[in-house]
Design a protein around this ligand. Structure first.
Ligand code: NAD
Length: 486
């Protein structure tokens, strides 16, 4: 590790943030954080115990009432200041993201920008929370509805976008007047701790936002999910863990938001602009090294253009530079750990074993770190596992189709339903296909859907609830109806 990198890690908070104070775990334990591009230890953070987590909830509960009454304008201004601070510190935050997660610096900067925009968006929404007043249909009595914060929230985030997956929850929770306990992924805790420092600096009162980092997620979050003082759980992560948490949360009837796994189809019709489709495919596939819930997982291309598309995609993928994300000119960083690399490698081996051709890549990159080659698989057979499972890596399987109906059927043939991408220049077809897709989002002639001003989220096993847009704040508000006698 270079000196500047070590200095940054050394000055980043590494303790629990509870009730506005930084402190170590009550057991004194720490957990090690690794650089996935070298396998070396970057540093250590506090490893919270269940008692520490309860202390974090205590702090959130203590200030909930007061925070709910904090003027919305001031809640918005705190968010706005935090947005500005994130952008002032964009280089440091980006380097931190790259060090602990692996993505190239330019992508880390893009994540800081994207993540900070949720704070700006919800700083604007904080003052737009309103209700309704109407006359009852009989003419007697008035109906008043108001929106109030749901109360203390439990937030759990994954490692792939350590900042943005946090701000999508923190922004609306602060704007709505909720207090929080945040548990970031154990593999990438530094960025969230840095963000806690920024929120503190921006003037967020103690106790509103609390962070517990831990190597034992289940044991520390279980008691909070069961605690009658918790009101909501917002989770981003795998479908498997989401299902477990949902079952656990049912005991306590917590409000839930579940942003889960994906298996996005990328459909290219014969009338598509192929150059634009390849450009969109590169973004949809390779953003975040393929480790994104909205990553294009499988490419269904009309048979008349499949060879042409595959060849062009192969050229673009083959031209990418793989390396440590801190290095100039690197396009593709390492995968998060060896386990993730093995999952990707097994899926490629399975497809090739069933007859697919790796026209580019197809193997691990030797040396330290968890690198895998950008890979394009052509003539992928229907029974290949990579068409069914979330790949979460730089691998693009291409399969042909003959009819529009077949493409839609293929697209929907998954338990997931987060996003789909559609490339066509035929407007009628675009509407037909978009309406037929069983997903929460669609990229139409566009390889990127994420936008803080839009409702992000899925259907089916990709979960429910929406983050961003006007919808995002509703997840943190409860309706209260008042029957008024007249
Ligand atoms: P994961 O489910 O393994 O972990 C997510 C978080 O849950 C982590 O903080 C982890 O520590 C915590 N966790 C795990 N078990 C827990 C338990 N028993 N109790 C409480 N917390 C627990 O997911 P991951 O590997 O970190 O992230 C990758 C997954 O996230 C992929 O499936 C991806 O599609 C999904 N994801 C979805 C979205 C979305 O918005 N839909 C966005 C990003 C990532």
């Amino acid at each position: 590790m270079e000196k500047a990198e070590q200095d940054l890690i050394d000055k980043t908070p590494n303790q629990l943030y509870i009730g506005g104070k930084w402190r170590g775990a009550s057991s004194g334990a720490t957990l090690k954080v690794e650089d996935p591009s070298t396998g070396e230890v970057l540093g250590e953070v506090a490893d919270a115990t269940p008692e520490d987590a309860v202390a974090a909830l205590d702090a959130a509960v203590e200030v909930q009432r007061e925070w709910a009454h904090h003027p919305p304008r001031e809640r918005g201004e705190i968010l706005r200041r935090a947005f500005e601070l994130m952008n002032e510190r964009i280089e440091e935050l980006a380097l931190l993201l790259t060090l602990e997660m692996g993505k190239p610096l330019k992508e880390s900067q893009a994540e800081v920008t994207y993540g900070s925009e949720f704070l700006r968006w919800f700083s604007e929404e904080a003052v737009r929370i309103s209700g309704r007043y109407s006359t009852a249909p009989t003419g007697q009595g008035r109906l008043l509805t108001m929106k109030q914060p749901v109360g203390p929230c439990l937030l759990i985030t994954p490692w792939n976008f350590p900042i943005a997956m946090g701000t999508r929850k923190i922004g609306p929770a602060i704007a709505a007047g909720c207090t929080m306990v945040m548990k970031p992924a154990q593999l990438t805790p530094f960025s969230m701790l840095a963000l806690a420092g920024i929120l503190e600096e921006a003037g967020l009162p103690p106790g509103v936002f609390n962070v517990v980092t831990s190597s034992s997620s289940g044991p520390i979050m279980g008691p909070l999910i069961e605690d009658r003082r918790s009101r909501k759980l917002s989770f981003t992560g795998s479908t498997e863990v989401g299902q477990k948490l949902m079952a656990q949360a049912s005991e306590n009837l917590l409000r839930l938001s579940m942003e889960l796994g994906g298996n996005a189809p990328f459909l290219v019709f014969e009338d598509a602009d192929l150059e634009a489709a390849v450009k969109g495919a590169m973004i949809a596939k390779m953003r975040n090294i393929g480790e994104s819930c909205v990553a294009a997982n499988r490419f269904h291309v009309h048979e008349s253009v499949a060879d042409d598309f595959t060849e062009r995609l192969g050229e673009a993928m083959g031209a990418l530079t793989v390396g440590r994300g801190t290095k100039e000119g690197v396009d593709v960083g390492p995968l998060i750990d060896d386990k993730q690399r093995s999952i990707v490698s097994d899926l490629v081996d399975d497809a090739v074993g069933r007859g697919a051709k790796a026209i580019v890549g197809g193997g691990r990159v030797e040396g330290p770190g968890y690198f895998y080659e950008p890979t394009v698989l052509a003539q992928v057979p229907e029974d290949a596992q990579c068409l069914r499972k979330e790949i979460f890596g730089p691998v693009a399987p291409v399969i042909g189709f003959a009819e529009e109906e077949e493409a839609i059927r293929w697209a929907n043939d998954s338990e997931f339903g987060l996003v789909a991408y559609v490339y066509t220049r035929d407007f009628d077809r675009a509407l037909r296909v978009v309406e037929g897709l069983e997903t929460g989002m669609v990229g139409l002639n566009q390889g990127l859907v994420s936008n803080p001003a839009a409702p992000f989220g899925g259907v089916k096993h990709s979960g429910f609830g929406r983050e961003g847009g006007a919808e995002g704040i509703e997840e943190y508000l409860a309706n209260k109806y008042v029957a008024v006698a007249t």
